[in-house]
Each structure stands twice: as C-alpha cells, then as structure tokens.
Design a protein around this ligand. Structure first.
Ligand SMILES: C[S@@+](CC[C@H](N)C(=O)[O-])C[C@H]1O[C@@H](n2cnc3c(N)ncnc32)[C@H](O)[C@@H]1O
Length: 215
C-alpha cells in the first residue's frame, strides 16, 4: 500500500530519469519500511551467523558495532539483546529514522550501550576511526547515492580496528529469471575482513563470498 503510493510518479520518473530517494518519503513510509525490515537482522543472526564462527565468537566475547544506515534501529537492538557484551552505535542520515531508533532504544532499556546518531556514512566523526570491531550495513549499500558509495566504504574501513570486519547484507540482482524466482537468492551477505584493505586505504574489490565464509 505504502509503496503503491509511489506508482503515480513512476511515469514521470521513467520519462525524465528522475528518482524518488528513500529519505524524501513521509513518516508513514519510513516507519512502514522500518517495520517491514525488522526481521532481517534476526534472519542474519539465526541463519547466517552460525556459519561465521569467528564473528560469532567476537560478538559473544565483547565487540563495538557500528551499524551504518541503521534506520529505525532494529539491528542495533537485535544485536545488543542477543549479545550482552556488545556496544552498538547506529548512524543514519535520515532524521525520522533516527528518532524511531532513539525511541526503540529507550523502550528496550538499552540506552547504556546502544546509541543512534544523525550523521551520513560519508562524514563519520573522527573519533570513529579505528573504534569498531564490526561495521554492518543492512539493506543500505544499494541506497547510498552512487557518488557517495566509495567515500562511505572508505569511512567504514577506517572505522574498523585492525582485524575488524565489514558485513554487508543486501539485495542481489538476479542473473536471469530462474534466479529471480529463487527466494534463497534474494539476499547476499558479504563478510569482509580488514585484511582485505589495500595499503592505500582503498578497499580491494571484493569477490562475493556468500554466507558461509569467515576468517
Ligand atoms: C532500506 S533502509 C534500511 C534501514 C535499516 N538498515 C534496516 O534494515 O531497517 C536504507 C537506510 O540507509 C540510509 N542511508 C542511505 N544513504 C545513507 C548515507 N549516505 N549515510 C547514512 N545512511 C544512509 C537511509 O536513510 C535508510 O535509513
């Protein structure tokens, strides 16, 4: 229903090549999307994390997590509730989402170790450098404006401690109709260790490693 409201603009957007970015939608849309996506972090923790034993050990022991594009904060809360020793920081450039995240963190009683900040992934504060064991992006990479993507990925790499991991959970584009119809291929998880970083600071182009990889 919420998405259907966009359809009336499609003919104009297809004609002009214009876009209707996520952040320009109204509160009902942003809240609806946040609710609709709330199970993704749980799916990751239940179905994928057991295949990434090094990451699971890291989270169970103690870890600082940065969730880039945290939206309504469901991943922050899910990770924090599942792993009592983690601290979670979420950032997002969209104010309504950050308000929703603040409210969720407060109602779940997690304000002592979970926070959400209104800031774009392309302009992370200097104190974030080297501060995180894990940087996550749940359905965010495809949303970042193309001209900002490289900067955001560099900032994510810089936010990691040596040996930290970048986790990207996102939609994948099917190579043909058969893949389009296979629900198991809708999402892909990439788990990239900082050892993949080139000395120049530019992330090396990663090969998709699928959900069963770890280091
Ligand atoms: C589809 S939503 C996913 C939100 C959340 N991760 C989830 O799973 O519910 C994409 C999010 O990415 C955020 N986003 C897009 N570009 C961004 C940027 N440059 N920096 C920070 N957040 C960004 C949007 O504001 C939006 O909240």
């Amino acid at each position: 229903m919420l998405v259907a409201r966009d359809y009336s603009r499609y003919p104009e957007l297809f004609r002009t090549g214009g876009t209707f970015p996520y952040q320009e939608h109204d509160r009902a849309f942003l809240s609806g999307v946040a609710q609709g996506l709330r199970t993704l972090p749980r799916q990751f923790l239940d179905a994928v994390l057991p295949k990434l034993p090094a990451l699971e050990t890291r989270l169970s022991t103690r870890a600082n997590i940065l969730d880039v594009g945290c939206g309504g904060g469901f991943a922050l809360v899910e990770f924090a509730e599942r792993f009592p020793n983690v601290r979670c920081t979420g950032i997002d450039m969209e104010p309504v989402s950050i308000q929703m995240a603040h409210e969720l963190i407060r109602t779940q009683g997690l304000a002592d170790r979970v926070e959400a900040c209104l800031v774009g992934g392309e302009s992370l504060p200097p104190e974030f450098a080297g501060a995180f064991d894990l940087v996550t992006m749940f359905l965010v990479l495809h949303e970042i404006r193309p001209e900002l993507k490289e900067t955001v990925l560099k900032q994510c790499a810089q936010a990691l401690r040596p040996g930290g991991q970048l986790l990207i959970f996102d939609e994948r584009y099917p190579s043909g109709p058969a893949e389009l119809r296979d629900p198991l291929l809708i999402f892909t998880v990439m788990d990239l260790g900082q050892s993949n970083q080139h000395p120049s600071g530019n992330p090396r182009p990663p090969g998709p490693r699928g959900p069963t990889s770890d280091r």
